[in-house]
Design a protein around this ligand. Structure first.
Ligand code: CP
Ligand code: NVA
Length: 324
């Protein structure tokens, strides 16, 4: 058999490789499509139909250079439920950490697996994996963004406010202008919902990213006062004061956030009466949010955690087209 016949065209990739490195990698229509599929996969699972073998026979590499509970477990279970196999690697198990060029690792992994899910520090590593590899790269959190979490959080908000157009769901972000805040801003730019962030001085989100989102959606605002952000919000979001990798800044961050950038019942009272409280978790009760709010009826934190599974299954189904 000649070489030309060794790889029939039906097995060759026909579509452009798509990534989810930043929230802006998806269009509004694509996000809504992923939500539709996530809801369908969630409903099927609730009926006991766990396996939907979209990834049958295929493997996905999961590289974790930072700790994780939700992301790691939801992706691994999600890949299994889509009929695929997850190869889970931590930094010190691979040649990455011993300095193998990322341009090599990207091409090597592309020969074995159908996608790379990666949690790491520098966003540039994901860009390089995408540049040199030939398979989808999915951001499982970097210092700059956490798009899978935000995808899930918006999916969760749409479940909590059924039938409401996204443009009506007013979001508030209280606290650090961190990876989560950046992805919320990008999502607001793509999807058009109102978003007000209240961040302390010196802890604002990425300026250029904010300006780009504001150009697309003027209802993205940055303020100082958490009460201003929470006023009339349908969803109040927060996150830890010091993210992974910032442990050394804990003391100085505490001074900037303590007592002001905390979601308590008084702050929730500023929000719309039907408002939900959201947190990506892990939380530090008594720091960025009170135990009372975490455990209140408004809190949807465990639904968010569960939805990581459903939303990421919808996302993987979209990014990894079925082989014809
Ligand atoms: N929310 C989130 O990403 O949790 P993990 O750090 O446990 O994955
Ligand atoms: N901002 C947090 C999110 C954890 C899911 C961090 O990066 O540590």
């Amino acid at each position: 058999m000649g070489l030309a016949n060794a790889c029939p065209s039906k097995y060759q990739r026909k579509t452009m490789v798509r990534h989810f490195i930043k929230f802006t990698d998806l269009s509004r229509d694509e996000v809504l499509h992923v939500f539709e599929r996530s809801a369908a996969l969630k409903a099927a699972r609730a009926r006991g139909e766990y396996i939907h073998p979209h990834l049958a026979g295929r493997s996905v590499a999961m590289l974790f250079n930072k700790n994780s509970t939700r992301t790691r477990v939801s992706f691994e279970c999600g890949i299994h439920e889509l009929g695929g196999h997850a190869v889970v690697l931590s930094e010190n198990q691979t040649q990455f950490s011993r300095g193998e060029p990322i341009s090599h690792s990207a091409r090597v992994l592309s020969r074995f697996v159908s996608a790379i899910v990666i949690r790491t520090y520098a966003q540039s590593q994901l860009d390089d994996l995408a540049r040199f590899g030939s398979i989808p790269v999915i951001n499982a959190l970097t210092d700059e963004g956490h798009p899978c979490q935000i995808l899930t959080d918006i999916f969760t908000a749409t479940e909590k406010f059924p039938g409401q157009p996204l443009e009506k769901i007013k979001m508030a972000w209280i606290g650090d202008g961190n990876n989560m805040a950046n992805s919320w801003i990008e999502a607001a730019g793509v999807l058009g919902f109102p978003l007000t962030l209240a961040c302390p001085e010196g802890y604002e989100p990425d300026k250029a990213l904010l300006a780009r989102a504001q150009a697309a959606n003027p209802a993205v605002k940055l303020v100082r006062d958490p009460r201003e952000a929470a006023k009339g919000a349908w969803a109040v979001n927060t996150d830890v004061w010091a993210s992974m990798g910032q442990e050394g800044e804990k003391g100085e961050r505490e001074k900037a956030f303590k007592g002001v950038y905390i979601v308590d019942s008084a702050l929730m009272a500023q929000a719309d009466p039907k408002a939900i409280f959201m947190h990506c978790l892990p939380a530090h009760p008594g720091e960025e949010v009170t135990e009372e709010v975490l455990e209140s009826p408004a809190s949807v934190i465990f639904d968010e955690a569960e939805n990581r599974l459903h939303a990421q299954k919808g996302l993987m189904e979209f990014l990894l087209p079925k082989i014809a």
